[in-house]
Design a protein around this ligand. Structure first.
Ligand code: 5GP
Ligand code: ZN
Length: 134
C-alpha cells in the first residue's frame, strides 16, 4: 500500500482537514506555506497522467474538495493555487494523485512562472511543432 493510501486508511497519522467517502484533505507534513493542504482520492490513482475516463466524477470531486480546503483554511479571498506535480521530472515524489492547495500571498512569487517574458519567436516555433504533431 502506498504512503497516501495508508493515510487514507488511517494506518499512518495525518492532520486531516476533512474527508468523505471519496476524498481526504490533510496538511502537508513539510508545508511550503502555513496552510499547505493536500487533497487526495481514497482510490489509488498514480497521477493525472494515469487517470481514466471512469475517474471523471472523482476528479470533479477532487476539484470541489480543493475549493473546500481553501475555504476552510481561509485563503479563498486572498487567492490560492492548485498544483498537481505529475511525473518525477515535474517534482512528483508521492505516486498517488494529490492536489496541493497553496495560498498565493500578495507580492510573493511562488516560482511557477519565470521572471522574464519568453522569447516570442521560440514560443511560435514551439507552437508550430506541437500543431504539426497533432
Ligand atoms: P509531490 O512532491 O509529490 O508533489 O508532493 C508530495 C507532498 O507530500 C510533499 O509536499 C510532502 O511534503 C508531502 N508528504 C510526504 N510525506 C508525507 C507524509 O507522510 N504526511 C504528509 N502529511 N505529507 C507528506
Ligand atoms: Zn496510493
Amino acid at each position: 500500500m502506498c504512503l497516501f493510501c495508508k493515510i487514507a486508511a488511517k494506518q499512518i497519522p495525518a492532520k486531516i482537514l476533512f474527508e468523505d467517502e471519496d476524498v481526504v484533505a490533510f496538511h502537508d507534513i513539510n508545508p511550503g506555506a502555513p496552510t499547505h493542504v493536500l487533497v487526495i482520492p481514497k482510490e489509488h490513482v498514480v497521477s493525472i497522467a494515469e487517470a481514466k475516463p471512469e475517474h471523471a466524477a472523482l476528479l470533479g470531486k477532487l476539484m470541489l474538495a480543493t475549493q473546500r480546503a481553501a475555504e476552510m483554511t481561509g485563503v479563498t479571498a486572498s487567492g490560492f493555487r492548485v498544483v498537481a506535480n505529475t511525473g518525477a521530472h515535474a517534482g512528483q515524489s508521492v505516486f498517488h494523485l494529490h492536489f496541493h492547495v497553496i495560498p498565493r500571498y500578495h507580492g510573493k512569487d511562488l516560482g511557477i512562472h519565470a521572471a522574464d517574458p519568453a522569447d516570442q519567436a521560440a514560443l511560435a516555433a514551439h507552437a508550430a511543432r506541437i500543431r504539426a504533431a497533432l
